[in-house]
Design a binder for this molecule. Structure first.
Ligand code: GYE
Length: 305
């Protein structure tokens, strides 16, 4: 059945649901923390969770969502790997009468729309995250920096938006130059490899902006292997705020981290309950992001995921 006002599938009020969670990959602490949060909260509520891991493949994630539709889950939580390829299965779920909630990553709004094709996007404001990193660099370097940017997964909403937010700040400072910007696929080893190559081409680099902790940690390894001191010769900045990165802030190797918290479980399921109860759900539900720097990292370390 379709809710007449929005076109979205309705969800019955039930004590226990059978829900799907289509994860995109499990190769880093952020993903593992997110999956654990979704599983722990389902267990707490006594709900049945159908969990899939797309292992970094948008095509597999499409197949995973289709299998959830075939299993007639009550609702689907999807962390879409990329903005475009996952949009069609959202429409397929809608057609099958299954409401979809996007968590952590969004999809292209020209292909599938929040509030019409899927209920809502729950996650961070990625544009704002990129902007905060850019503004921090501008302040610390007086608007003069030679920057290497390590981008997240190509075509993913956090990679697109973290770049946009950052670029918007850079544009205002003629002395801030992006020497090179390349994808490291949100992965530690890829970040290290890309940084090694870019470092040879651009030895004048003095700032590294990594779209996530994992690539920042990889970049630090590359910098150290090349005899550079992260925190002294090169400022390293990242997004996520996992324990390992916050420890590196304490150690002085990472200068600044904007948080992007992976613990979605409680918010995800309370939003589902609100939706079933007929409450109006906003098209975007934005998580508040903290930040970590030399002045607070030690104190906040044990609150990082
Ligand atoms: O920053 C990164 C992960 O989609 C917001 O994906 C998420 C990002 C997160 O692999 O570490």
């Amino acid at each position: 059945t379709l809710a007449a006002d929005t076109g979205l599938p309705k969800l019955a009020v039930k004590a226990k649901y059978k829900i799907g969670f289509a994860q995109t990959e499990s190769n880093n602490p952020w993903r593992i923390a997110q999956t654990k949060s979704m599983q722990d909260e389902a267990k707490k509520l006594g709900w049945q969770l159908v969990y899939t891991d797309a292992a970094g493949s948008a095509a597999k994630q499409v197949a995973d969502v289709r299998s959830m539709i075939a299993q007639k889950v009550d609702a689907i939580f999807l962390a879409p790997r990329e903005e475009k390829p996952l949009a069609p299965v959202i429409l397929e779920a809608k057609k099958a009468g299954i409401p979809v909630f996007l968590i952590d990553r969004n999809v292209d709004q020209s292909l599938a729309k929040a509030g019409t094709d899927y209920v809502t996007f729950i996650g961070s404001n990625f544009i704002e995250e990129g902007k905060r990193v850019g503004e921090w660099i501008a302040k610390k370097t007086n608007g003069k920096a030679n920057i290497i940017e390590l981008e997240g997964t190509t075509g993913s909403s956090p990679a697109n938006d973290r770049k946009t937010g950052f670029d918007n700040v850079i544009k205002k400072y003629p002395g801030m130059k992006i020497l090179a910007s390349q994808t490291g696929d949100f992965a530690r080893d890829k970040g290290r490899q890309v940084m090694e190559t870019l470092l040879q081409a651009h030895p004048e680099v003095n700032v590294v902006y990594a779209h996530n902790d994992e690539m920042a940690i990889g970049a630090i390894a590359a910098l150290e292997a090349a005899g550079k001191k992260p925190g002294k010769d090169v400022l390293v900045l990242s997004i996520d705020g996992g324990k390992e990165a916050v420890q590196l802030v304490v150690d002085g190797k990472i200068a600044y981290v904007v948080e992007c918290n992976p613990k979605f479980g409680p918010k995800a399921y309370s939003t589902l309950k609100d939706y079933a109860a007929g409450k109006k759900i906003p098209a975007k539900i934005i998580n508040p992001d903290r930040e970590f720097h030399a002045g607070n990292a030690k104190q906040l370390l044990n609150t990082a995921y």
